[in-house]
Design a protein around this ligand. Structure first.
Ligand SMILES: C[S@@+](CC[C@H](N)C(=O)[O-])C[C@H]1O[C@@H](n2cnc3c(N)ncnc32)[C@H](O)[C@@H]1O
Length: 257
């Protein structure tokens, strides 16, 4: 495949900054952000990957350039990122291996694709959940899901549990002043997670990595500040809202105790 032979050439076009205005080295299909590198590490070798919400297409193109996957679909709902992904694939001569499709969510996946892994990264957890929910018909149940929500992890984990997905791996990482979570799941029959496990992540609660603990120390300070702002607010905050934050503070205090 001629695209593989040209792995080391320099990128031709000017590259757009990665999500959230990440600073530092120029990020592109050769130099992924640490966030996307960690996502890449969870894509099984030889996978047929559907990267939904691919934007510039850096993840599937980087993986293909490394010979780590055999085929990919880059799905985009918006025209500008769709065109950006087309350009990245074209610049790397990978049109024969990566299909770029303008489609809403999992509708980018066609029956003949034989997709074995799906990545949904850099979107809110609720958005990822909604894409999975409305795209259920496109899932065979055999795919590994590699999810990198920007917030909204709890509702996403709830969807996974309610749809028979077991969480196989989780990680927290910090890059450019943001905490990112990665959740890897496969459909493996019924599994029950407690409310706290859905909130913190069942595996992260056990592993208690330094990045995870620092994230929750930071969250605790934010939520305590919110509670004290509620207390001093001119207009009464609905009791339900106060109780919800107070419960989260209790859970985080128990976690960190
Ligand atoms: C912030 S970018 C993340 C890009 C890349 N996945 C990453 O993590 O660096 C989110 C992308 O998801 C796309 N997107 C949002 N909702 C989508 C949907 N329902 N279907 C396909 N793409 C979607 C947006 O157009 C945008 O390009």
């Amino acid at each position: 495949m001629h695209g593989i032979a040209r792995h080391n050439r320099a990128p031709i076009r000017a590259k757009a900054p990665d999500v959230r205005g990440e600073k530092g080295p120029q990020l592109n299909e050769q130099t992924l952000s640490m966030r996307l590198e960690r996502v890449a590490a969870h894509v099984p070798a030889g996978a047929r990957l559907a990267d939904i919400g691919s934007d510039h297409g850096y993840l599937p193109v980087a993986l293909m350039r490394r010979g780590a996957i055999t085929a990919a679909v880059a799905g985009e709902v918006a025209l500008t990122p769709f065109r950006a992904a087309e350009r990245t694939v074209h610049d790397n001569d990978l049109e024969q291996r990566i299909s770029v499709r303008l489609a809403n969510g999992l509708a980018a996946i066609l029956p003949g694709d034989g997709i074995t892994a799906i990545s949904l990264c850099g979107m809110g957890g609720e958005t990822i959940r909604d894409i999975l929910e409305s795209g259920k018909a496109y899932l065979s149940g055999q795919e590994r899901l590699i999810l990198q929500p920007n917030g909204g992890e709890q509702p996403l984990r709830l969807w996974l549990m309610e749809n028979g997905y077991r969480i196989l791996c989780e990680e927290v990482l910090r890059e450019n002043r943001f905490d990112y979570e990665i959740i890897v799941a496969e459909r493996a029959g019924p599994v029950i997670y407690t409310a706290e496990e859905l909130y913190f992540g069942p595996l992260q609660m056990q592993a208690r990595s330094p990045a995870f603990l620092v994230k929750w120390q930071r969250k605790l300070r934010q939520k305590q500040k919110t509670l004290s702002q509620f207390a001093g607010a001119q207009r009464a905050v609905p009791e339900e809202k106060v109780q919800d934050i107070a419960r989260q503070v209790r859970w985080i205090n128990q976690l960190l105790a």
